[in-house]
Design a protein around this ligand. Structure first.
Ligand code: ADP
Length: 243
């Protein structure tokens, strides 16, 4: 359903992605692991053109874009197939929880107000925050804000949700509630790509793990293979440090 071919991205003289190929099937839960600076977040951001890759082809569903020649309207169409959950939540501070979720439904999808509200309340229920619909982000804990971020992503009904280190800004005691919500959504069959440092979570929830180092995919396999019998010395070293 998603296919990345030969994705290159550099910042100035620094080559951050050096020819990434990746295929994701519908319903896959892919976790991208690897040392800091290996290009994980950049890859995620290139998928929905938050960063424009320098070279390569990105396909989601029936839409295949060469990053060099893609027309603006096609980039917008491709973006609509994705939703991103950010490390720092990125909620609108001056809007209520409910308004944060209905925004995309009203503005992008042009849904009627009543329907948008119903969808938002349903999703708030899913992330356990129905009672916070009228609160402002500043009145919520980091974990609750991130759960709103997840509800907002789901509201867009995307083909794929891209999670960019969704728990790394949280105090340790708040990580669990966010991972629980992601786990629950993972079971619903939606396709996900998750950049994370939560190894146990990645091991448990992923259908496949992609290990990146130095701007390339070193190996990819099912979690039990990556964690028990990694092929590459760099993967072994990385996982050993964490256990
Ligand atoms: P990871 O997610 O694996 O930690 P990143 O994709 O965040 O890695 O970053 C990879 C490299 O690209 C890092 O050296 C980082 O400093 C650099 N980088 C990321 N974004 C930018 C940017 N907007 N401008 C310049 N350098 C960047």
């Amino acid at each position: 359903m998603i296919k990345l071919e030969n994705i290159h991205k550099s910042f100035g003289k620094m080559d951050v992605l050096k020819g990434i190929d990746l295929e994701v099937n519908k319903g896959d839960i892919i976790s991208i692991l690897g040392p800091s600076g290996s290009g994980k977040t950049t890859l995620l951001r290139c998928i929905n053109f938050l960063e424009k890759a320098n070279e390569g082809t990105i396909t989601i569903d029936n839409l295949s874009l060469n990053v060099k020649t893609a027309a603006k309207k096609d980039i917008i169409a491709l973006r609509k197939k994705t939703a991103m959950v950010f490390q720092s939540y990125n909620l609108f501070q001056h809007k209520t929880v409910l308004q944060n979720i209905t925004e995309g439904l009203l503005v992008v999808q042009k849904k009627p107000v009543k329907e948008a509200k119903e969808i938002a309340l349903e999703l708030l229920k899913k992330v356990g925050l129905e009672h916070k619909a009228d609160a402002y982000p500043s009145e919520l804990s980091g974990g609750q804000q991130q759960r709103v971020g997840i509800a907002r992503a789901l509201a867009l009904n995307p083909e794929v949700i891209l999670f960019d280190e969704p728990t790394s800004a949280l105090d340790p005691e708040l990580v669990g509630e966010v991972l629980d919500v992601i786990r629950k959504i993972a079971k619903s069959g939606i396709t996900m790509i998750i950049v994370t440092h939560e190894m146990n979570f990645a091991r448990e929830v992923s259908s496949r793990i992609v290990f990146m180092d130095g701007g390339v995919v070193l190996e990819e396999a099912e979690p039990q293979i990556i964690f028990n019998t990694p092929k590459h010395e760099r993967t072994k070293q990385f996982l050993k440090r964490l256990t």
